[in-house]
Design a protein around this ligand. Sequence first.
Ligand SMILES: [Zn+2]
Length: 111
Amino acid sequence: MIQVYSSPDLNDAYAVKDLLEENGMSAHIFNENVSRLPGALFRATPDAWPAVHIADESRFHEAKVLILAFEKSGRSEEAESDAEQPHWICSNCKEENADTFEICWKCGKSR
Ligand SMILES: [Zn+2]
């Protein structure tokens, strides 16, 4: 049993466990219960975070490569969702406005 991943976010730990199991590795989550206690994660040190272990230590590097790809894809998804924030275009000055604005921030024309 060897640790390949840990995260303060239990959902990430589950996602990594699923990813490893999809690739034929036997994965287990330790410290799974930590985040069920309110505020526990804020006090937890990284060694108390939910951690993913794999049974087969010879596949450690293979697991790490998968996890690196997972972490990269997670980040790019976040960047994309920022770019896809709803917005509207002012009919007067063609400026982009956030969806929450009722009037154009630039020229003041109402939506
Ligand atoms: Zn405008």
